[in-house]
Design a protein around this ligand. Structure first.
Ligand SMILES: Cc1ncc(COP(=O)(O)O)c(C=O)c1O
Length: 396
């Protein structure tokens, strides 16, 4: 298998992966219970237990498990009432999945630049767009340029580090926008003592293999709204009004997580705190070992944040360290270390070039300079030291 394999996938023996799951809890025991009971598909006790465990952890009333994080965002947009030709404010520096989900419902993304301190959606640029580029038309907030209704804001806690949510929520409330929180990367992180995934009107999680915990694949939608949770369950199970007569009141989706995946997810959930602690310990070690390397910027934790360090990401100032982020990635690869740049800013990807972007220069700069280092919960102290020593050596 090449080193360019998907993050979360196994890597060749001896290679230090970017972010892979730890499987060392009750995964096998619970999966065997599923198989023994015959409840293997999209209903069963483990789906309920997994949903309850996540809802309880986040302190949110409802959780609805889905086949993927992308499906969770898709359904969140639908239950929040985002309609075709509405606009949704999204960060441009993100994995593309939540933006694609905006298009699944026929709505349009408006891209907000990242701020340079923590790489999150910039609340000042968000507020400026709403203030200067939008106006009220018959009680609805509309984009002056496109005439479309602006309906929701979809902040993503990029790299697992929480956005400045109080500021984003305050701006959203001022304009009566729904807040759909994408916490796919940030389970286990906190914002001012409140857990990521419990901050928006509705939030989405992912249990993909490269995330903080995994169910093999899967996602979850969490909300304290009874009506939204009920509707999410309905839409994710084919919008079934009468299962015996096959009456479907709307176009639904086959989006429910299987019991087998939920069994794995529940076992992983039991280890969440341990895995977050492990990632934080390695981040502290990287901080210490890399603090004095010229031209290497280290990721800072905001005063409001308790960060899960999903991906520990450095910034390479090529003038000072005479290597680009891509060259450093290749050199690390030769040393058996997997690393990755940040995502290409979504506003300049082919499907989205015609969409509106508010700034984007910060995201472009971060895209060219950043490199995420191995960050798995199972990364040993020795491996962490080796990675840091190679970064120091190769960037000098
Ligand atoms: C921010 C963000 N949102 C949504 C997703 C989609 O999750 P999934 O891969 O489970 O569909 C991901 C990652 O995969 C993500 O990083």
């Amino acid at each position: 298998m090449s080193m360019q394999s998907e993050p979360g996938a196994p890597v060749p023996e001896g290679v230090i992966p970017l972010s892979v799951p730890e499987i060392r809890g009750n995964e096998l025991k619970y999966t065997r219970e599923c198989l023994d009971s015959g409840w293997v598909s999209s209903a069963g006790a483990f789906v309920d237990r997994f949903e309850q465990a996540v809802a309880g952890y986040l302190g949110v009333k409802h959780a609805v498990a889905t086949v993927s994080g992308t499906a969770a965002v898709h359904i969140a947009l639908l239950v929040a009432g985002v309609a075709p030709d509405d606009e949704v404010l999204v960060p441009t520096l993100t994995f593309v999945a939540p933006v694609n989900a905006v298009r699944y419902v026929g709505a349009w993304p408006v891209f907000i630049d990242a701020e340079s301190a923590h790489y999150q959606m910039d609340p000042a640029k968000l507020a400026r767009f709403l203030e200067e580029k939008c106006h009220g038309v018959q009680g609805a907030l509309c984009n002056k340029a496109t005439g479309r209704r602006v309906r929701a804001v979809l902040p993503v806690h990029v790299l697992g580090h929480p956005c400045d949510m109080d500021t984003i929520i305050e701006v959203a409330r001022r304009y009566e926008l729904t807040v759909i929180e994408d916490a796919a990367e940030s389970l286990g992180s906190e914002y001012k003592g409140r857990r990521a995934g419990s901050l928006g009107d509705i939030a989405c999680l992912s249990f993909n293999g490269n995330k903080i915990i995994t169910a093999g694949g899967g996602g979850m939608l969490v909300t304290s709204s009874d009506a939204w949770a009920q509707r999410a369950r309905y839409l994710t199970t084919q919008a079934k009004d009468d299962p015996l007569e096959y009456i479907h009141g709307e176009i639904g989706y086959n989006y429910r997580l299987t019991n087998i995946q939920a069994a794995i997810g529940l076992a992983q959930m039991e280890k969440l705190n341990e895995y977050v602690q492990a990632r934080r310990a390695r981040a502290r070690q990287y901080d210490e070992l890399l603090q004095d390397v010229p031209g290497i910027g280290l990721p800072g934790e905001a005063p409001w944040a308790h960060w899960n360090y999903w991906l520990y990401t450095i910034l390479i100032n090529e003038k000072e360290c005479r290597v680009t982020s891509r060259e450093l990635m290749r050199r690390l690869e030769r040393a058996g270390i997997q690393s990755r740049p940040l995502w290409h800013p979504v506003h300049s990807l082919p499907p989205y070039r015609a969409c509106e972007a508010v700034g984007g220069e910060v995201a472009e700069l971060l895209y060219s300079r950043a490199l995420s280092l191995p960050s798995s919960a199972g990364l040993s102290s020795r491996q962490c030291s080796f990675v840091a020593s190679q970064v120091r050596r190769e960037s000098g």
